[in-house]
Design a protein around this ligand. Structure first.
Ligand SMILES: Cc1cc2nc3c(=O)[nH]c(=O)nc-3n(C[C@H](O)[C@H](O)[C@H](O)COP(=O)(O)OP(=O)(O)OC[C@H]3O[C@@H](n4cnc5c(N)ncnc54)[C@H](O)[C@@H]3O)c2cc1C
Length: 417
């Protein structure tokens, strides 16, 4: 059987490997000590908790993710409220609400004050039409308005899904996300997140499935170069070692875009890839006393936040985890100030939901700044994304730096940091 050589053991590489196994021998080359890349869990000694590098939320519209979970037998690794509900709190005004989408496509929720965002009128839906008519060079702000739907749902939705400030984010990308989930109704918008952690849900079961299917997963194995001859990859260089790529073999590059460019540009000088990135900050607060939470946020396991730095809070009995997307704007802020400001927002939102007394000052916290969490989804950067197809006949690209292809766990639809 031919061999498929997969370079990179993040979610894109693992999902490519899982798709090919059974029809080919598969070999995964991962430079780190373990797979997972930008979606991984680890034990944090200071917190004495197992945490994720960053909270991930997946909507039911994300068929690629659910297909991957089905193939590795890990559907039950995700959990969620089981309904398209999104609790929200505005820390600037003190208002709380729950967005409750209806299952079907027709947006009944928009006509019902108790299900939509506060201050919204059904006429605000016109902004969706503006977004659907956006031009290729439009940014998100040029399609949104000053109405409640824009300010309280579409703008935070855009920042989270595109991980880019809305005055720079490409409207066309938001349009695709909105078409794939919000406009398909609640059935496409049920939120899910890992029951225990990212590694337990996505990485460990994928690695176990691949091992069971006799794939080779080589960790600590960095591919440093490609040997190309007559329009085909003939060998992979792993330091001083040369791994032959036989005539029927295929190669998938599923590394971050700059690494892919480094490997490919010698044989494909015209290749462009995104070269600007956006960070995501996660702050994990270890609770000194275990807590239970009531209300819609307790049922959902998370809540959205408007009007502050905090965007999402994930609620666990011993841990409150906060996500801040498009976070380049906060990188110069001292970590102590950032932690305290976020904790005060967390207290304001969470204290009314629990009988456990939350401390006045931030408890033990771990701040994780992923500086290159995603490419900056601007018009210019999106245009730099190559397609999955390359001029080399036995090589394809996978992963988030490429235009959507079959093995891309796209940061969409409405997948929130
Ligand atoms: C904090 C945070 C929150 C996020 N939230 C969400 C979310 O809610 N929803 C969502 O969909 N997305 C989210 N994302 C984005 C998502 O995690 C990434 O899009 C996805 O994990 C990227 O997978 P990938 O396999 O394309 O790349 P990566 O995860 O970067 O994997 C690439 C792998 O290649 C390896 N590698 C690099 N160079 C080499 C080499 N030369 N040889 C061999 N191996 C190599 C790396 O070690 C890495 O394991 C988030 C990201 C972060 C950081």
């Amino acid at each position: 059987m031919p061999v498929v050589h997969v370079i990179g053991g993040g979610l894109a590489g693992l999902s490519a490997a899982v798709e090919f196994i059974g029809n080919a021998n598969v070999r995964v080359y991962e430079s780190a000590r373990s797979c997972g890349g930008r979606a991984r869990s680890f034990y944090d000694k200071a917190l004495d908790r197992r945490i994720d590098n960053g909270n991930h939320l997946v909507l039911s519209a994300n068929r690629a993710t659910f297909r991957f979970l089905g193939l590795i037998g890990a559907y039950d690794g995700l959990t969620g409220p089981g309904a398209p509900i999104f609790p929200w709190h505005d820390v600037a005004t003190g208002e709380s609400w729950v967005l409750r989408l209806n299952e079907g496509r027709f947006p009944f929720w928009a006509f019902c004050p108790s299900r939509r965002v506060p201050g919204m009128r059904w006429r605000d839906l016109a902004v969706m039409l503006r977004l659907l008519r956006c031009q290729p060079d439009d940014v998100v702000t040029s399609c949104l308005g000053d109405d409640a739907l824009s300010r309280r749902l579409l703008a935070p939705f855009a920042v989270s899904a595109l991980n880019t400030p809305i005055d720079a984010a490409r409207a066309l990308l938001l349009k695709k996300v909105v078409q794939e989930c919000l406009l398909k109704g609640g059935r496409a918008c049920r939120p899910f997140y890992p029951k225990i952690g990212l590694s337990e849900t996505f990485v460990t079961p994928a690695a176990a499935h691949l091992t069971h299917m006799r794939a080779e997963v080589r960790t600590g194995c960095r591919v440093t170069g490609l040997q190309v001859q007559e329009g085909r990859v003939r060998a992979l260089e792993v330091g001083a070692e040369v791994m032959e790529v036989a005539p029927d073999d295929q190669v998938v590059i599923a590394t971050p875009a700059p690494v892919a460019a480094g490997l490919l540009q010698p044989s494909w000088p015209e290749l462009t890839v995104p070269d600007a990135f956006q960070s995501i900050i996660n702050v994990h607060f270890a609770l000194p006393t275990s807590a239970t939470y009531h209300g819609a946020a307790g049922r959902a396991g998370f809540t959205g936040v408007n009007g502050g730095m905090t965007e999402w809070i994930y609620l666990k009995p011993d841990l409150l985890s906060v996500t801040v997307s498009a976070a380049n704007r906060y990188l110069s802020m001292p970590q102590e100030a950032l932690t305290q400001q976020i904790w005060q927002e967390v207290r304001q939102v969470i204290q009314p939901l629990t009988a456990t007394k939350l401390p006045q000052d931030a408890p033990q916290a771990r701040v994780i700044i992923e500086k290159r969490a995603t490419f900056a989804a601007s018009v210019a950067q999106d245009k730099r994304r190559p397609s999955t197809v390359t001029p080399l006949s036995n090589l394809v690209l996978a992963g988030t730096g490429r235009k959507p292809g079959c093995h891309q766990p796209l940061r969409a639809p409405f997948v929130l940091g």
